[in-house]
Design a protein around this ligand. Structure first.
Ligand code: SAM
Ligand code: SF4
Length: 408
């Protein structure tokens, strides 16, 4: 999501002929597109600002946006001014704080042009290549998982209109776009009037052209049988899905307010694998949630093994002020969190390597994004010995693998 937000900023500034530099010391304007998920992410931003301000900032404009830039006053449905003031007091090196939803106001804020607003919902190209497009389908979240800051940082769930999402995707495909990634905190709960996520996917699928579709992140409570049927049997869908499970223990899932049981996730994976055994499943998990015991953690390990989850975005539990879980005692020590993180990482690495090995000598479709680099139909990173034309899909034989990807 931050990549997509960064791309929106890039699109706006490019349209005003501003040039991007990779070295922030050379920049006149610096954007910090921030994350608040864990305290560590916020500390990184603060640390960077403190370290840099005296010697390098001079008269630069430093703009803070993303999750760290805002807290919503949920009662009055507006951004908390008090939070903004505290932030500026704490970080005097920040010159502007901008809500990412108001990013179309950027030219006015920066005083770079006083013409009418431009359309910022233009294509969100991935940073490095024009073949992968990221498309936001919503802002915010109303799920209130007990540990999560997103509903307070990004505010209430607002689904973007189907027409707008499809316009962007159509535009991307007609410009040779090849992988459409729909984004949302709970992407599979998207709806617009009487249309649901399945309807949206079917409309994307109908667009003419050779391209692949995927989406993230999916919530198990909204993962319907119809969705399983669609993604496993229809050709345009990448055979990979990230479904965020968070824990394999029902007790912990309940404390997290996730509103499903571990078995729900197992059933989804079983159904997917029954339709397509090569389908790849990845997930998100938190280790060291308050009161998590070895027994709870082992349930996460067992679930990952049972479902052959090939990659896990692991978060060591971080207490976030204002969330329901912040009232629970953060009683799992950092050393235990680190130990559990390591065990889980090693477990999925082993599964991933084994699954990669099973593909040896098999032919799989690969979309080339550079002459020697591609993305497989199962969303692996692929390195090729021979050079191929970027933007084209080839059937290539797997002749090697590593933990991170495949060789063809
Ligand atoms: N909306 C998605 C979902 O329902 O899972 C995930 C969005 S969240 C921005 C990304 C991931 O960060 C979560 O899946 C969770 O694993 C992790 N995360 C969120 N809050 C956390 C916290 N307080 N401590 C550690 N990890 C956290
Ligand atoms: Fe956070 Fe839960 Fe919403 Fe995901 S679904 S963004 S974890 S509150």
């Amino acid at each position: 999501m931050n990549t997509a937000d960064g791309n929106s900023i890039r699109n706006i500034l490019n349209s005003y002929s501003l040039t991007e530099t990779k070295d922030w010391r050379k920049a006149d304007i610096i954007f910090l597109v921030t994350c608040s998920i864990r305290q560590q992410a916020e500390d990184k931003v603060s640390g960077w600002g403190i370290k840099s301000q005296n010697k390098d900032f001079n008269d630069k404009t430093v703009i803070l946006t993303g999750c760290m830039a805002q807290r919503y006053d949920r009662e009055n449905n507006q951004i908390s001014e008090k939070y903004k003031k505290t932030l500026l007091r704490k970080h005097p090196w920040i010159t502007h704080i901008i809500n990412i939803k108001e990013i179309d106001q950027l030219p006015k804020i920066l005083n770079i042009d006083d013409s009418d607003q431009i359309n910022t919902q233009s294509i969100n190209y991935d940073i490095n290549n024009k073949y992968q497009g990221l498309f936001s389908t919503s802002h915010g979240c109303d799920n209130f998982c007990s540990y999560c800051i997103v509903p307070y940082a990004r505010g209430e769930l607002i689904n973007l209109p189907k027409k707008q999402i499809l316009e962007n995707i159509n535009n991307f495909i007609s410009n040779d776009g090849k992988i459409v990634t729909l984004l949302g905190q709970n992407v599979n709960s998207w709806e617009d009037e009487s249309r649901n996520f399945i309807d949206l996917l079917k409309e994307v699928e109908k667009i003419d052209g050779e391209f692949w579709i995927n989406f993230l992140s999916s919530h198990p409570k909204d993962f319907s049988n119809e969705l399983i049927d669609l993604i496993t049997t229809h050709e345009k869908f990448l055979k990979h899905c990230n479904i965020a499970v968070q824990s394999g223990s029902d007790r912990i899932l309940n404390l997290m307010n996730r509103r499903y049981k571990a078995q729900t996730f197992i059933d989804i994976c079983d159904q997917i694998k029954a339709k397509d055994p090569l389908f790849r499943i990845t997930t998100d998990a938190i280790v060291g949630f308050p009161t998590e015991t070895d027994d709870d953690f082992n349930k996460t390990i067992n679930l990952v093994k049972k479902c052959e989850v090939e990659m896990v975005y692991i978060g060591k539990y971080s207490q976030r002020k204002g969330t329901v879980a912040s009232k629970m005692t953060d009683n799992v020590s950092l050393s235990i969190k680190k130990k559990r993180e390591k065990i889980l990482r090693e477990c999925v690495n082993e599964i991933r390597e084994r699954k990669h090995k099973q593909l040896l000598n098999k032919s799989i479709p690969v979309l080339m994004i550079e002459p020697n680099k591609g993305i497989s139909y199962y969303n692996h990173e692929v390195i090729t010995e021979k050079k191929y034309k970027p933007g084209k899909i080839y059937n290539l034989e797997v002749n090697g693998y590593s933990r991170s990807g495949l060789k063809c």
